[in-house]
Structure formats: structure tokens, C-alpha cells
Design a protein around this ligand. Structure first.
Ligand SMILES: [Zn+2]
Length: 634
């Protein structure tokens, strides 16, 4: 936790992964895939020999940093020279890491690529320790001295935000010796998470169930995720009961491991003088606690929208009473849409037209110049990501494209990250080209939103429209309501522990059930929640991520608002590009300002309820539309 904090701003590999999509057993050999659908790593280094010489050159330069130690405060020039050297070495390192890690991702079985990765990781560790004096030394400078330096040395202006982002930690920083102890204690902070991972992956005796079709399955986490969406209701019921029944047997152990994590967070907030664990975590991105609390309050005000969705789901599933185990069931008959990679590129470019020609042309050129590795192949890393770490080259995308609508949507999502990286690298110096997660998932979900609108505008078939609209609502339930529900649980368990209460499996389950029932309207008869699901918290790894999940919710709220502004302007008769320009500016701003300020400049103020209201209006409009279609189909 604190290691991450130290590294923050110094080196962050810009990589945002999407969930899902494993490698397929039908995957082809890489050699059979048309070259135009593979990424072009030659843009990074001509060949491995070039990579090796660049790595050696970088290794030789690392000792250059030592001469700046203890001299940062001497003059504006020496501060600038130290930071510029650091940035330069980190930029080169990021490019080297990108090459090795992406080669390895092409074929994870290849041990030579793994060796390359390990070799560059060790250079990374060396550079990390060679730069480790910078942060504490900057923190020891007086703020007005740094400001004076910036005023006398114009080249330091690029580093203003970077310096401010360190200096604002002053009152939360202890003496060097104390920080050393705190950092060592922080190594113990992962214990809860480590126990949870090893227990749920290796030791938990997952149950076996026999499904209606006679098939016997072992219900581990992956199987649960798959079969909870089973078409047959009795199968879903069986899957839920078996899975959470097993977790319930171990709720004491898993409660103790989660309590260990919470205690570590509390230790960190105490030694670094924060009022709460929540405040300590949000301080990383300079987000005020009020934004988090606002989200929880907005969710509660808008639970009727979730309830409307659940009633609609009940109607589409044609069941008398919807239950919690029905929420993943496919409500709309699946439509077999499929798109070739070429069609997917073409559709996303068309869907992004409201973002302007420059955006579309740049992405189109990226597609053509092989920024994207499209297809699954034997040994290739699963899932999808966009990697914008190679600052002076271009971003890359790894996909496992299978041609379904989800795959098209993933391309839109990752292209959002890709263009964010591309535009920020184009406009920002290296030090501020990277962006925080708080804004990252705005750029990606914005593009998913544009894609959905484009598809709806160009689809007449009611069944297909229902499927698209249903997908959207499911996304909102999972990304907004479910993540906010987790965020509320996470906040409350920390509050309980901070008030001196011991957390046990039993009281964690009691709290979780209370929140879950409230969200799903159990008392009002909206959706029945079986008491057995109280233990669902034990299966969620994100509770070990230290207040991470709320960002999924805030991102989709922000992107919905921004997309609706850009689309309204695009569809209006008035010739204006104000909303679009503000949004492109956000994408071009990297981390040159704090996340909330960037979003505010772009037109969305996350300290108010207005963005949430816009997201709810969109969700309700989608439900209006679905109800109209359903009435027509009748
Ligand atoms: Zn993403």
C-alpha cells in the first residue's frame, strides 16, 4: 500500500484491463493470424537486439541520479535537472517494459520472453531505488521555496503538478525513521488479502452440483460466475445455494482475514494522521470524502430506479416474484450478432463521429498501423487491455476478439483508453501524460455509451433493440448500483472497526444482508433476497483493494453525463462544439490537474448530485423505450 504510494507519480504503467474473456481452446496458432490483425511491436524496437542495447544503455545511465542526492534544494536548476533525468529514465524504462511484457503476452508459454521480462523488472527495481531519495527530499523542501524555484526556472512549470502532488502529503508524512517503520509495517498489510486469495483459490472445497441437463459441475468462482446466469431457474437456485452455502461454512475464517485488511487500513490512517481510512485512501487521488458520501446518498435516493429495473426484469423473465438469484439471468432472448474485426473497427469509428474528425482519423490510423492485437491465439494472455506506457511511440491494445457484441463493446472501451493515452501523450510532457483510474474509466465507458447510441440509431429490429437496451441496463446495475453497494459496505465496516468494534464473519454478514435487502427492495416485495446470500461479501476480492470500487460507479456516472452533453450538442441544430472540445481537452490533460478538477473543466461536477440525476434519467429513458417495445411485441 505504502510502496504503491511512493511509486505513484514516479512510475505507473498505464494499463487498464477489462474483465472476462478467457483464451479459447479454439484459438489459432499465432502464425496463422493475418499480420494486419496483430500489433506491430517493431514501432517499439526494431528487434530484440535493439531492445537489449537500449536496456544496457539505460542500465548505464541509472548511476547519473546519485549526483542529485542532497542537492535538490540548492537551486531551481538542480531540482529541474534531477526531475528531468528521472523522467527521461522512466520514459525509456516504460518503453522497454512495454516491449518485453507485450511480447510475453503474445505467448505466455515462451520462457525466453519471460526471461526478458524478468531482466527488465530487475532494471526497474534498480531505477526505483535510485530514485527513492527524490520524494522524501522534495517533501523536506518548503512550499514557498519550491514556488520560488518554479518562478525562476520556466522549465520547472511542467513539474508543477507533480511537485504539488508530493508536497500536499507534508502533514501526513513522518520523519524518515518513522516512515521506514511504517513502510515495513505496510508489508504486513497484505496478509488478509493473501489469506483470502490462497484460501479461495486453493483450499476452499468448492461444492459440486448436478444441473438439470445431468451435467455435474464443480462450483468454483469461475463456474459460479458462468452458471449464475443459467437459463433454467431451478439450476440458478441450486447454484446460488450451493455456492454461498459453502462460503457460509467458512465465514468465520474469511471474516477474520477481511478484518486483518481493515485493521491494516486503520493502522495506516492512524500513523499518517488521517481522520478515517476512507479519507486516507481517497487522499491518493485528492478526492474529498464528501464525493464518496454523495455517491452513497445519491444511490439511496435513486433506489426506485433500480427497483423499476428489477420489476422490468421480472416481467421479461415471466416470473411471479423475482429473486436475487434471478438478476443475472438472460432476460432478453440472446440475438446472435456477430462482427468481423474489420466491421468492428468501422462501427466504432462511425460511433465515435460525435468526438470530431481529429479523434476519428487518429484512431483509424491507429487501427491501420496495427496498434491492436485482435485475435486469440494459443498461449496468448486472456482478457483485454490498453497500454499507453510507451510515451513517444503510441498506445497498444490486446484483445481476444471473438466477434460478439461484447467484443465490439470491448474494442470501444479499450479504444477509449487508447485515445486518452494518445491525446495526453500528444499534449503533455512525459511527467503528466499518465492519468489516474478515477478519470481513466470515464474515457472507456464514454465510448461504450457512444457505441450503444450508434447501434440503437441504426437498428430497427425490436428483438435486437431489446437486447442492446437490456445489456445497457445490466451494465448500469452491475457497474453503478452493485459497485456503490460494495462501496457502502466497505465504508461501514471501516466505520465499525474505527469505532472499536471487532469485525467477525457473523457481524459482516449481518451488515451485508441489511444493505443487500435494502438495495433490492426485499421489504417492499421488489426482489426477494434469501438470508443465505448474506455471506456474498466473502467472495468479493475487491474488499481488499482499499476503497477501489466506488470509482467504477463514479466513472460511469461521469461518462454518462459527458456523453449525453456531447451527443445533445452533436444532434442539435446549433453549430457548437463546446461540450466536445471540453471533453477532448480532458482526454488531452493526462494528470496535469487533479481528477475532480479535470472532470469539472470537462463539464461534470462530481461534488454535486447533478451527474447522478443525468445517469438516472438515461436509465429511465432506456426503460421507457423497452416498455414501449414490449407493449408493441404483445
Ligand atoms: Zn477500462
Amino acid at each position: 500500500m505504502s510502496n504503491q504510494k511512493i511509486m505513484r507519480g514516479f512510475f505507473i504503467l498505464t494499463m487498464f484491463a477489462a474483465f472476462g474473456a478467457g483464451t479459447s481452446s479454439l484459438a489459432a496458432e499465432r502464425s496463422q493470424i493475418p499480420e494486419k490483425l496483430t500489433w506491430n511491436l517493431v514501432d517499439l524496437y526494431a528487434n530484440e537486439t535493439a531492445w537489449t542495447s537500449a536496456k544496457e544503455a539505460l542500465t548505464k545511465r541509472i548511476p547519473e541520479l546519485a549526483k542529485f542526492k542532497s542537492h535538490l534544494g540548492e537551486s531551481a536548476e538542480s531540482l529541474f535537472n534531477a526531475l528531468a533525468t528521472m523522467a527521461d529514465l522512466q520514459k525509456e524504462l516504460a518503453r522497454l517494459v512495454t516491449y518485453a511484457s507485450q511480447l510475453s503476452d503474445q505467448d505466455t508459454r515462451n520462457s525466453h520472453y519471460l526471461e526478458m521480462q524478468q531482466a527488465i523488472e530487475s532494471v526497474q527495481v534498480d531505477l526505483g531505488s535510485a530514485t527513492s531519495f527524490l520524494r522524501p527530499e522534495i517533501l523536506s523542501l518548503e512550499r514557498n521555496q519550491v514556488e520560488r524555484f518554479i518562478n525562476t526556472e520556466p522549465r520547472l512549470k511542467d513539474y508543477m503538478q507533480f511537485l504539488d502532488d508530493i508536497l500536499r502529503w507534508k502533514e501526513h508524512t513522518l520523519s524518515t525513521a518513522e516512515e521506514k517503520v511504517a513502510a515495513e509495517a505496510a508489508n504486513l498489510a497484505n496478509t488478509g488479502a493473501a489469506i483470502h486469495t490462497i484460501f479461495t483459490n486453493a483450499d476452499l472445497p468448492y461444492p459440486e452440483v448436478v444441473l438439470k441437463d445431468g451435467g455435474k459441475i464443480r462450483l468454483d468462482a469461475a463456474a459460479y460466475t458462468k452458471y449464475r446466469a443459467n437459463v433454467d431457474r431451478s439450476d440458478r437456485d441450486k447454484v446460488f445455494k450451493a455456492f454461498f452455502g459453502k462460503y457460509a461454512e467458512f465465514q468465520r475464517t474469511l471474516g477474520t482475514s477481511l478484518y486483518a485488511q481493515v485493521k491494516a487500513n486503520i493502522f495506516n490512517k492512524d500513523v499518517h494522521k488521517f481522520d478515517s481510512s476512507l479519507q486516507a485512501s481517497l487522499f491518493n487521488n485528492n478526492i474529498p470524502v464528501s464525493v464518496y458520501k454523495q455517491l452513497i446518498a445519491d444511490i439511496h435516493t435513486n433506489l426506485p430506479t433500480l427497483h423499476r429495473y428489477l420489476r422490468l426484469q421480472q416481467r421479461m423473465l415471466a416470473v411471479k416474484q423475482i429473486r436475487y438469484e434471478d438478476v443475472y439471468a438472460p432476460a432478453v432472448k440472446s440475438v446472435n450478432l456477430s462482427y468481423t474485426p474489420e466491421q468492428a473497427m468501422d462501427l466504432t469509428l462511425k460511433a465515435f463521429t460525435p468526438l470530431g474528425e481529429e479523434y476519428v482519423v487518429a484512431l483509424g490510423k491507429g487501427y491501420e498501423s496495427r496498434w491492436v492485437d485482435f485475435l486469440p491465439s494459443t498461449g496468448k494472455k486472456s482478457g483485454a487491455y490498453s497500454n499507453g506506457a510507451a510515451y513517444d511511440v503510441h498506445p497498444y491494445q490486446l484483445l481476444n476478439y471473438m466477434g460478439k457484441y461484447e467484443d465490439l463493446s470491448t474494442l470501444a472501451h479499450e479504444s477509449g483508453h487508447t485515445m486518452h493515452s494518445y491525446l495526453s501523450a500528444k499534449s503533455q510532457p512525459y511527467i503528466s501524460h499518465d492519468y489516474s483510474i478515477f478519470v481513466a474509466e470515464v474515457a472507456s465507458t464514454f465510448n461504450e455509451n457512444l457505441l450503444l447510441h450508434y447501434m440503437l440509431d441504426h437498428t430497427k429490429n425490436d428483438t435486437v433493440r431489446l437486447s442492446l437496451l437490456g445489456n445497457y441496463l445490466d451494465l448500469m446495475r452491475r457497474t453503478l448500483f452493485r459497485q456503490a453497494q460494495f462501496a457502502e459496505f466497505e465504508m461501514k465496516i471501516h466505520e465499525m472497526a474505527e469505532a472499536g468494534q471487532t469485525l467477525t464473519g457473523e457481524n459482516l454478514s449481518a451488515l451485508y444482508l441489511q444493505i443487500l435487502k435494502e438495495y433490492y427492495g426485499d421489504a417492499e416485495g421488489v426482489c426477494q433476497v434469501n438470508d443465505l446470500y448474506a455471506v456474498e461479501w466473502a467472495y468479493i476480492p475487491h474488499f481488499y483493494y482499499n476503497f477501489y470500487v466506488y470509482q467504477y460507479a463514479t466513472s460511469i456516472v461521469a461518462s454518462t453525463t459527458l456523453a449525453s452533453q456531447v451527443l445533445a450538442e452533436y444532434n442539435s441544430k446549433e453549430p457548437s462544439t463546446k461540450a466536445r472540445d471540453a471533453y477532448i481537452k480532458l482526454l488531452s490533460s493526462g494528470s496535469s490537474k487533479y481528477p475532480l478538477d479535470l472532470l469539472k473543466d470537462a463539464g461534470v461536477d462530481m461534488t454535486t448530485s447533478a451527474p447522478f440525476a443525468t445517469a438516472m434519467a438515461e436509465m429511465n429513458a432506456v426503460m421507457d423505450e423497452m416498455e414501449k417495445i414490449l407493449a408493441r411485441k404483445k
